[in-house]
Design a protein around this ligand. Structure first.
Ligand SMILES: Cc1ncc(COP(=O)(O)O)c(C=O)c1O
Length: 441
């Protein structure tokens, strides 16, 4: 990858850092952002970004909401601006019950819920209380990069479990448990995104769900079910949450980020009592308490607006954008392969043999289109034959134009590969020691 100004400044910081050599081993495992390195260029208006997982917020009723928030501040500003409970605001913990009911979870009490600063904070808390360095977390491959970042920062060994078009493969899950235990490893949990997976776009089939739970129970392995996209099925379809079938072996995570908006940084977890108790203690140690102001803003929204209708509007919009991407791919890149998702934000595109999505990225940026290279979704260097394309943020016409530009880059790379046997980059990952892996949402 050619050096961007951001990479150059990263190298300079590393060279001049007087504390180099003093950091904890866990900080060594922390990774700089590959996409952030390209972000300054990728976020210029002339670049079509198919990279980020940012929800499209133009449908939010901001004007009406701001009046209600102003009133809330007058009525209870002294509480909103005060410290709160480490477990989260009781009113919000009550409100999230109705959201979970939409996916079949109807046995939860407010006391079972812990509010967090986004699901990213929830992933940090569950890993913090469960994992010591060297412990194993089983995770789908490819995997959500934000989760990989957390696991790496706790020096956890991430072991891949295979996915196919019906989601996590139960046999692969069971084999991984058996193999890791035979090696003497402590398998702490399975991390899974069952619905509209980030980045793979696939959904765990209803038939596989009880099988995954049965394997987890039989081997006494906890499941961490991360479900930010479950209500974004394009046809309004929902799938029974794993948590709805098993209250004892599942820690459930969901978030307002994709179904409403991410800026308040509010999400929630549901866990069995012993784990929940530790999560609250860990939340207290980490952040004291989630922001009252953010939580009250979310409850103000939930209590005064038809959020079900709003989620429905989002679904329709994302469905249109997914259709636009799918048809542009069929028109411009018919020789690539992908699974058309039934919800969520992402298409996981397989590019022709011999091409390297990471090496190609600067050339795509030059052609004014951005994506996330597949290598970011693995810890073992795999994924260069894939890229993640997000259809959530750009409008359909921009998506169409973005795919047209992407196709011009892939076509040129293919021709180079046919002539020289590789896609042209002599050293595709020259900055591995400095910028080893991406962090993207
Ligand atoms: C699978 C998955 N989990 C968690 C998150 C983090 O969400 P939050 O904004 O709630 O921290 C994301 C964000 O993209 C995600 O895709």
């Amino acid at each position: 990858m050619s050096e961007t100004p951001t990479n150059a400044s990263t190298s300079k910081v590393i060279r001049n850092d007087p504390w180099f050599g003093s950091y904890a081993a866990r900080a060594e495992a922390m990774r700089a952002s590959e996409i952030r390195a390209l972000f300054a260029v990728a976020s210029r208006p002339e670049v079509v970004s198919l990279a980020g997982g940012m929800p499209y917020l133009d449908y939010m009723p901001f004007a009406e909401l701001s009046e209600l928030i102003a009133k809330m501040m007058v009525d209870k500003g002294d509480v909103a601006w005060q410290y709160g409970s480490a477990q989260g605001d009781p009113h919000l913990r009550e409100d999230v019950l109705q959201i979970m009911e939409l996916e079949g979870i109807n046995d939860v009490q407010p006391d079972d819920v812990v509010i967090t600063n986004g699901s990213q904070n929830a992933l940090d808390l569950i890993t913090r209380i469960m994992c010591d360095p060297g412990d194993v977390v089983l995770a789908e491959a490819p995997n959500y990069v934000g989760a990989l970042g957390v696991f790496q920062s706790f020096q956890v060994d991430v072991v891949n479990v295979q996915l196919d078009k019906d989601g996590l493969i139960p046999e692969s899950f069971e084999n991984a448990i058996v193999e890791q235990r035979a090696l003497g490893k402590r398998v702490k949990f399975l991390y899974t995104v069952p619905n509209f997976h980030n980045p793979a776009g696939v959904t765990l089939s209803v038939e596989r769900r009880p099988r995954i739970l049965e394997i987890a129970r039989r081997h006494h392995v906890l499941i961490v079910e991360d479900n930010p996209y479950g209500l974004l099925g394009f046809d309004g379809q929902t799938y029974p949450a794993l948590r709805s079938m098993d209250a004892e072996n599942v820690v459930y995570l969901s978030s307002f980020s994709k179904i409403i908006a991410p800026g308040m940084r509010i999400a929630w977890m549901v866990a069995p009592p012993g784990i929940r108790h530790k999560l609250v203690l860990a939340n207290e140690a980490s952040i004291l308490c989630p922001s009252n102001m953010s939580q009250f803003t979310i409850t103000t929204y939930l209590d005064n607006f038809d959020w079900r209708r709003q989620i429905n509007d989002y679904r329709g919009m994302y469905k249109g954008r997914c259709e636009a991407m799918d048809s542009a791919l069929r028109e411009y890149l018919p020789y690539c392969s992908w699974n058309k998702p039934r919800g969520g934000f992402y298409i996981w595109l397989k590019i022709p043999e011999g091409l390297d999505s990471r090496a190609m990225l600067p050339r795509a940026i030059t052609a004014k289109v951005a994506y996330v290279a597949g290598t970011g979704f693995y810890t073992n260097g795999e994924g260069s034959d894939h890229m993640r394309l997000s259809f959530c943020y750009p409008k359909p016409e921009r998506i169409q134009e973005g795919i047209r530009r992407l196709a011009s880059v892939i076509d040129a790379e293919r021709q180079t590969a046919e002539l020289f046997g590789t896609s042209g980059a002599s050293d595709p990952h020259p900055h591995d020691s400095e910028v080893p892996g991406p962090q993207v949402i």
